[in-house]
Design a protein around this ligand. Structure first.
Ligand code: HEM
Length: 340
């Protein structure tokens, strides 16, 4: 799957990322205020659905977006962290709602997989790649396996980016110096082409700093296959271990004044994979890391170049657990101040 998320294949999504961001914002312009998290979720969900399934059938895109939104809306941290919540009662419990939403999405995805397999149309989207993929023995991968991969991409690939975009808007609108530096850079660009935005150094650094100060996934778990001696601790086979992402990202020995939002630290120097790990690390490092960084820079740059905003509420927003992800404690309301 790697080539779909890197190089020219990834860059081909740039135009559509930018267009979706602008269209979604335009459709909200009648309102005085917007909830940043809702806007960013709409944008990132449409981007991932179009990248996976192709953009040619608007009804299909709308149906999959709706079904995915239902799954997100029915998920709650309790369901992920306590099995005691996994019970059914007349279809009314949070577990019932979550299972229902997942079944509905499952049906939609199976329909799409069957149609695509039957049509045999070669496409350059992720679904086509999965439908034509084989195991090492040459057998085609099973429908259930394709479904499971699609679910991972849909969910790993949209909530994480929406939360990062929301944090970025929050931090930029609370830190005038960072905001000014970013706007100076954006104003100096020759044009708003997606590739140009994605390679603007301060914008890139803003994305990196947002993920440092507010990592979205803070536990990238591994299970030990062999015993591990870690300092004075002897850890047995089968034990779950995870790097402490937040401690690494707030280590004052690595990051000067770690509590401050200062994108320039990523312009001034680079950090090792042991100092900076918002996408995990090793063999299972996030496959969508480059795609996500590209998308966040394009969406953020495109929105900020076109419109002026201000925070409705200046009270601090703090990190709050959602499920395996951690996001802002509010949806970060923003007021429209008009076109830039
Ligand atoms: C800011 C956005 C994102 C963040 C912070 C993020 C973070 C992560 C993290 C921490 C992991 C676990 C890595 C590990 O265990 O070492 C992961 C895995 C994964 N991510 Fe992302 N991710 C983001 C966006 C995306 C996107 C856009 C996609 C798809 C297009 C994606 C697809 C995946 C997949 C498929 C895995 C599982 C990889 C595996 O187990 O081999 N992610 N992500």
């Amino acid at each position: 799957m790697m080539p779909m998320f890197h190089g020219d294949r990834m860059k081909a999504y740039g135009e559509s990322m930018q267009q979706i961001a602008i269209e979604r914002l335009e459709s909200n312009r009648g309102q005085r205020e917007i909830l940043t998290l809702n806007l960013m979720t709409d944008i990132s969900l449409e981007i991932i659905v179009r990248s996976i399934f192709g953009g040619s059938d608007p009804n299909l895109v709308a149906k999959l977006i709706q079904a995915s939104q239902r799954v997100v809306a029915s998920s709650s941290p309790l369901l992920f962290f306590s099995r005691k919540t996994h019970f059914s009662f007349l279809g009314l419990t949070p577990w019932d709602r979550w299972c229902d939403a997942k079944k509905h999405l499952h049906r939609c995805l199976e329909e799409v997989i069957d149609k695509r397999k039957l049509s045999g149309e070669p496409g350059d989207d992720i679904l086509s790649l999965l439908c034509s993929a084989t195991y090492e023995d040459g057998q085609p991968i099973t429908r259930e396996h394709i479904y499971s991969e699609l679910m991972t991409f849909l969910f790993a690939g949209h909530e994480t980016t929406a939360l990062t975009l929301t944090w970025a808007m929050y931090h930029l609108h609370r830190n005038p110096a960072a905001f000014l530096s970013l706007m100076q850079e954006l104003d100096s660009l020759e044009d708003n082409a997606p590739a140009r935005l994605a390679s603007a150094p301060y914008l890139k650094a803003t994305v990196q700093e947002t993920l440092r100060i507010n990592p979205i996934v803070t536990e990238t778990l591994r299970k030990l296959k062999a015993p591990l001696q870690l300092g004075e601790y002897h850890l047995p086979v089968g034990m779950a271990v995870a790097p402490a992402t937040v401690l690494a990202h707030y280590n004052p020995a690595t990051y000067d004044d770690p509590e401050s939002f200062r994108p320039e630290r990523f312009v001034e120097r680079s950090y090792s994979p042991f100092e900076y790990m918002p996408f995990g690390g090793g063999h299972r490092r996030c496959i969508g890391a480059a795609f996500a960084s590209y998308e966040i820079a394009i969406v953020l740059g495109s929105l900020l170049k076109r419109f002026k905003f201000e925070l409705v509420d200046t009270a601090p927003v703090v990190p709050k657990r959602r499920n395996v992800t951690i996001g802002p404690s509010t949806a970060v309301p923003l007021r429209f101040l008009g076109p830039r």
